[in-house]
Design a protein around this ligand. Structure first.
Ligand code: ATP
Length: 140
């Protein structure tokens, strides 16, 4: 059976992850507390819900614990990002990928047990530096 993903937060990052997973043929469920985001994605994501991901009861009702992999794509609201990641790990989700917006945010997510932490600007900066200094790049 194909892996099932839950994306929490449909901002630029989470929205792109969700769209790409769908284009790759995966089943995706998504949650955002903003109804406008839910409406924007309702034509491409079958199971998209307006909910606050820090509400454990709601996550259970939506069947989030059956998902194989969760992506916590909440950036600005540190408390919501941390609480959501904690609840998902406590629910027994095997893989939790979480987005961090700072080094401290990353460290807290690590302590909680997030399996994979993305710090988009930092990670991209490192990748770009490697790309532009790799041997394949023309020196100019
Ligand atoms: P991006 O850069 O990816 O656009 P961002 O880093 O600015 O996003 P936010 O805007 O904080 O991150 O959050 C991304 C999305 O997560 C938003 O659409 C927001 O409505 C949603 N979100 C934030 N908190 C919660 C929550 N507790 N429950 C569900 N969705 C949430």
């Amino acid at each position: 059976m194909k892996k099932q993903f839950i994306v929490i937060g449909l901002g630029r990052f989470g929205g792109t992850v969700a769209r790409t997973l769908i284009s790759l043929g995966y089943e995706v469920m998504a949650i955002d507390r903003d109804i406008r985001k839910v409406q924007d994605f309702s034509s491409i994501i079958t199971h998209v819900f307006q909910a606050d991901s820090t509400d454990e009861k709601v996550l259970k009702e939506l069947g989030v614990s059956n998902m194989d992999h969760a992506i916590v794509a909440i950036g600005d609201d540190l408390q919501a990002s941390i609480l959501t990641s904690l609840i998902l790990k406590d629910m027994g989700i095997k893989k939790v990928t979480a987005k961090a917006t700072s080094e401290y945010h990353r460290r807290v997510l690590e302590r909680i047990g997030a399996d994979h932490i993305i710090q988009p600007e930092r990670d991209t900066g490192i990748r770009v530096a490697h790309q532009i200094t790799s041997n394949n790049t023309v020196d100019y």
